[in-house]
Write a protein that binds this ligand. Structure first.
Ligand SMILES: Cc1cc2nc3c(=O)[nH]c(=O)nc-3n(C[C@H](O)[C@H](O)[C@H](O)COP(=O)(O)OP(=O)(O)OC[C@H]3O[C@@H](n4cnc5c(N)ncnc54)[C@H](O)[C@@H]3O)c2cc1C
Length: 273
């Protein structure tokens, strides 16, 4: 099947891209790496009248050291993050390395992944667990949203039609930080059926456990995270994790529940390994 007809433009800068989107009366879409939008166009699941290519905008392709955090441009590819090995922020390279396979990682962007908001995607789970912020730009200027509040449901975010993800800000972690990330995929490179992430950084007063690959947006398991911060990996018992998921993700079928209990426990074990 072929995509419905659309106009394609390559703006010179971010203001130009925003102007094009806001001038399209909701008929425009940003183009990142095209790894999700491309297939959607061909299947006519998306029929924008205008494609605004942001993948080559210099301002969106930089990774900047901002002292206590890293600022990663919205059009930075998964493979660039994988290769970046950001100092004091190694989880970013690890997560990027496990997204699909290299050809996809060479094109797919962190901003596109967030905006697409696939419930099983990696960045929508990893970034809330890392206490990151998403920087959004639109006609009204820039605003920052905690990553845990960016996705509002399956394939749904806080983005307005004429807004762009221009950057992600990720805190640098202390030397004593513990990070665990685990996902269950039936085949390497496929989207996971369950996933979870854990960050313990006492120096930064961060204790976070998030679970992903749900029907909607990833969820946090705050009470369990506090228990793990106080008692270590032992706190992530089968019973405790199941109880935490009962609260955060009620009504999961038993098979799904089992997959997610396992994902949380494996992420915690990896973090304390
Ligand atoms: C075979 C395959 C396997 C995959 N496996 C995984 C996986 O295991 N884990 C995973 O996380 N992902 C996976 N992906 C998805 C991949 O990571 C895509 O890169 C990602 O979903 C979309 O990023 P993109 O840059 O290609 O965005 P595009 O496809 O260009 O765009 C996606 C959506 O985001 C919007 N958009 C793009 N850039 C911006 C921006 N800067 N601001 C606002 N809106 C924007 C577009 O308008 C569109 O609605 C897989 C994809 C494929 C094809």
């Amino acid at each position: 099947m072929k995509a419905a007809a659309f106009e394609y433009i390559k703006p010179q800068d971010v203001p130009g891209a925003i102007q094009a989107l806001s001038g399209s009366a909701g008929e425009g879409k940003a183009l990142g790496g095209g790894q999700s939008l491309g297939p959607m166009l061909n299947l006519r699941l998306a029929r924008p009248k205008l494609l605004v290519d942001v993948s080559r905008l210099e301002a969106l392709r930089t990774i900047e050291d901002k002292g206590t955090f890293w600022r990663i441009g919205g059009a930075v590819t998964h493979s660039a993050i994988e290769d970046s090995k950001l100092v004091d922020c190694t989880p970013m390279s690890d997560v990027a390395h496990n997204i699909a396979y290299r050809t996809i990682r060479n094109r797919g962007t962190i901003g596109g992944s967030l905006a697409h908001a696939d419930p099983a995607a990696d960045w929508p789970l990893a970034l809330p667990a890392l206490a990151a912020s998403i920087v959004i730009a639109g006609p009204a200027g820039e605003r920052k949203v905690p990553a845990g509040e960016f996705m509002t449901g399956a394939f749904a975010t806080v983005l307005a039609e004429d807004e762009l993800v221009v950057a992600v800000e990720v805190l640098k972690l202390s030397k004593g930080a513990r990070w665990g990330y685990w996902k269950f995929c039936r085949k390497t490179g496929e989207f996971p059926e369950s996933s979870a992430a854990m960050l313990m950084d006492p120096e930064r007063k961060l204790a976070r456990v998030w679970v992903g690959a749900l029907d909607g947006a990833p969820r946090s398991l705050d009470a369990l995270a506090v228990e793990i911060a106080q008692r270590g990996a032992l706190a992530a018992s089968e019973v405790a994790v199941s109880a935490a998921l009962d609260l955060a993700v009620p009504g999961q079928d038993p098979v799904n529940r089992r997959l997610h209990v396992t994902a949380v426990r494996r992420a915690v074990q990896k973090g304390f390994a």
